[in-house]
Design a protein around this ligand. Structure first.
Ligand code: PLP
Length: 392
């Protein structure tokens, strides 16, 4: 038997709690409102473009940093929506989803001893990303009810060792959309301490009630120190296609491309061709996307409210956090297990979004990127929640 220890890095984190919930949902035949993948069809125009590309024999490696068509379409979309010009030859890297994008970026910029500031609750990948890249995470709290941060607490997290801050707006899991003023505060600190802003903008078009997505790259003085991480998964309902991208200043892009080359070589070639079509879709596509999600959000908010789960209204992304404190369960993990086994609805325990699990023990997260019939089935099951809880 092999007796030497496995990697110390691998020993420091667990498998994804969210993806584990999806496995549990399948095991218990539960309605899966845990993992954020749509269960409805992707747009026909994209499926056709992907099929066309395969039949046109776009079946071999694309250029490692991204197919030209995709990069050109990204230049077009970035100009249109963010109002900035990017150089397709020197500032773009196409990756296997924004998940690979984030780790490529950290591998490219982090040295031992560097610190990275992460807002919490956070998207669960950022913790392992920091460990894998060798960064020391420093957490700054987003506080309820509006998930704002304390400027003094944030300022105190910056020091000479700080290499980067990760910003996720619109935010998973809270649904917070960072305001221009908040981003200015962050940007000023980045400039003061010579720090990079790494911004995960995967939910940029999923935004409600007239809120506006502001990308930190558009703020004065931030163009040269912002790295945008994004992808097709959420905007085009194709989480399984694994196409993401990074926009970064040329010097940093060189390092990112090297990491990307040796991690995955390249993103799926035919799906990048379909991506080029996606990135040129008209404005109406994004307006419809946001409005459909807003209807689903309102539907799930009502359902959760009626079930006594104290939902918190998100301004963006497609998750709803609920406060379960009043139910008196020992913690969120016990509650989510009870939900999946006894009620038949899978959700995510809040502790998976915090460095200290105790901070999330009263919270669970639902997603609403699901078909009406999935939400209706969940509604029926949630109706029995109060009865089952009373009996348990
Ligand atoms: C904030 C955030 N970033 C990144 C991802 C993963 O995106 P991709 O499918 O592009 O790897 C997710 C998926 O849930 C997410 O919520």
């Amino acid at each position: 038997m092999f007796k030497k220890p496995i990697s110390h890095k691998a020993a420091q984190f667990t498998e994804s709690v969210i993806r584990e919930m999806t496995r549990l949902a399948m095991e218990h035949n539960a309605i899966n409102l845990s993992q954020g993948f749509p269960d409805f069809a992707a747009p026909d125009v994209l499926k056709k473009a992907a099929a066309d590309a395969i039949f046109a024999d776009v079946n071999q490696y694309a250029i490692t940093w991204g197919a030209k068509n995709f990069r050109d379409a990204l230049v077009y979309k970035t100009k249109k929506y963010l109002g900035i010009d990017i150089d397709p030859e020197r500032e773009i890297t196409v990756s296997c989803g924004s998940t690979e994008a984030m780790i490529d970026v950290l591998l490219a910029v982090i040295n031992g001893g560097d610190e990275v500031i992460v807002f919490e609750p956070f998207y669960e990948n950022y913790g392992p990303d920091a460990i894998i890249s060798g960064a020391t995470p420093r957490y700054v709290q987003l506080r309820r009810p509006d998930w704002s941060f304390d400027e003094k607490e944030l300022a105190a997290a910056f020091n000479n060792k700080t290499k980067a801050i990760i910003i996720n707006t619109p935010n998973n899991p809270t649904g917070k959309v960072f305001s221009r003023e908040e981003l200015r505060v962050i940007g000023n600190l980045c400039q003061k301490w010579d720090v990079l802003a790494i911004t995960d903008e995967i939910y940029e078009h999923i935004i409600y009630d007239g809120a506006q997505h502001v990308s930190p790259i558009t703020l004065d003085g931030m163009r040269e120190r912002t790295i945008v991480v994004n992808g097709m998964s959420k905007t085009y309902s194709v989480t399984g296609w694994r196409v993401g991208y990074i926009i970064a200043p040329p010097g940093i892009t060189g390092a990112i491309r090297k990491m990307h080359d040796f991690v995955t070589v390249g993103a799926p070639a035919p799906l990048q061709e379909a991506g080029a079509v996606a990135l040129r879709l008209p404005d109406t596509y994004y307006i419809d996307l946001a409005s459909h999600y807003q209807q689903r959000r309102d539907r799930l908010m009502k359902m959760l409210g009626e079930a006594g789960l104290n939902p918190m209204l998100p301004k963006g992304a497609y998750y709803i956090m609920c406060d379960i404190a009043k139910w008196g369960y020992p913690n969120d993990v016990e509650f989510t297990k009870f939900m999946v086994k006894e009620v038949g609805v899978a959700t995510v325990p809040g502790s998976s979004f915090f460095s200290d699990p105790a901070a999330g023990k009263d919270i669970i997260r639902f997603t609403f990127c699901k078909k009406e019939e999935t939400l209706r089935a969940a509604e029926e099951r949630l109706r029995k929640l109060q009865i089952v809880l009373a009996q348990s």
